[in-house]
Design a protein around this ligand. Structure first.
Ligand code: GMT
Length: 377
């Protein structure tokens, strides 16, 4: 495979799409490609120096003549500069708006024929796509990209339902780097959190947005806790956290609910966890489920978006209807009270992550797409 110069734009802050874009860049760099991140700040998972990864910061100045800082134009202009200066072969944009639209504008600005691959992650379609003010821009970003991918079949389907486009969309699932995400022996950490060896650990990781339905996670846990000695680890931060803290404080099991805030080393936390809960109302894929599965943690998730494409019902986890905390708790209790079943689900989770979503397998699929649209001059 030809080594390419690839420009990547994503939202570099905490969030699944930024995580995926950064992990993809790191994997591609390891495979010999030259990677140029064109983002507003250093992607947070880019925590080590790579000789063939470069960061081009998009600076947005505000001028008194503008009511809003012109991020989109600054980004398009920066992408155009980087295409020319670094002789990029291909652009990979994460999010249809504004990123794909900016890439199209940048291509036009530099008058070149660089290929644009756009990946849809969910929020850009299922949240923004419902906004009629943005639908035309989203359609433009999709239609003008050379190749469009979605992170699940469900997201692909939803895109056709919400956006008036006939553009072919290819599903390329998210991936997990199993060299980083694997179960380690971490009894000391469990003890450090004050969790007894016999207690089960349930984990939820999110940005505490409304769509994550964290109150349903807490409600499910409280039902489990009445039957099983357990602790709930709530990892992350976001707009709903305050409400969830109030809910936890008002419960009979306040001390069993641990708020850990944002954490980088998720594999360590998954290594002390027995079960993952994801009760979202919108979820294009559910990367956190996959990362947990790679660490041998089965999941219970809602019958929403791409979640049923990650969890195999009754094998490595369970699917419940949105808001059905009763069913989630019942299934969790049956699993947590049966050590043999829990061990079999844990192993099945790890195996499933490896067979279907391991990084090498998925990154190859992107390489094939890049080769199709990369410049040949
Ligand atoms: O889930 C979030 O709130 C963050 C969001 C994002 O845009 O970064 O995540 C989306 O992309 C992830 C990576 O592809 C997916 O795993 C998440 O399911 C998806 N979130 C939603 O669809 C709500």
């Amino acid at each position: 495979m030809r080594k390419l110069k690839i420009g990547i734009t994503c939202y570099p802050t905490v969030g699944g799409s930024g995580v995926m874009a950064t992990e993809l860049g790191k994997m591609l760099a390891e495979r010999g490609h030259e990677i140029h991140f064109i983002t507003s700040s250093m992607p947070f998972r880019l925590n080590k120096v790579y000789p063939n990864i470069f960061f081009h910061e998009v600076e947005v100045n505000n001028y008194s003549v503008f009511q809003y800082p012109p991020y989109d134009l600054a980004l398009a202009s920066k992408i155009a500069d980087v295409i020319k200066e670094e002789q990029l072969d291909v652009l990979h944009m994460h999010y249809a708006i504004p990123h794909a639209v900016c890439a199209v504008l940048a291509r036009d600005m530099c008058g070149c024929n660089i290929g644009i691959v756009t990946t849809l992650h969910g929020t850009d379609i299922t949240v923004l796509g419902e906004d009629t003010l943005l639908q035309t821009a989203i359609k433009y970003g999709i239609d003008k990209s050379d190749i469009v991918t979605a992170v699940s079949d469900s997201l692909k389907q939803q895109t056709y339902e919400l956006i008036d486009t006939t553009k072919p969309i290819e599903t390329i699932y998210n991936f997990v780097d199993m060299r980083e995400y694997y179960k380690r022996d971490n009894a000391e950490l469990k003890e450090g959190f004050g969790i007894a060896a016999h207690e089960k650990v349930i984990i939820h990781v999110s940005n505490f947005r409304k769509v994550k339905h964290v109150p349903d996670v807490v409600e499910t846990f409280l039902k489990i806790r009445r039957e099983v000695p357990a602790k709930l680890l709530l990892v992350g931060d976001g707009p709903e956290k305050h409400e969830v803290m109030k809910q936890a404080r008002a419960s009979d099991y306040t001390d069993d609910i641990l708020f850990l805030g944002r954490q980088d080393n998720l594999a360590e936390l998954y290594s002390i966890s027995d079960l993952k809960l994801l009760m979202s109302s919108k979820e294009a894929f559910g990367l956190v489920l996959l990362e947990a599965m790679a660490c041998s943690v089965p999941g219970i998730g809602t019958n929403i978006g791409g979640i049923p494409e990650v969890i195999v019902e009754g094998e490595n986890g369970y699917i419940v209807e949105l808001g059905d905390t009763e069913a989630a708790a019942k299934k969790a209790i049956s699993l947590l009270q049966d050590d043999a079943k829990l061990a079999s689900f844990s192993e099945a989770a790890r195996k499933h992550a490896h067979e279907h979503f391991r990084a090498e397998k998925i990154v190859e699929q992107y390489e094939v797409l890049y080769e199709k649209v990369a410049r040949h001059d």
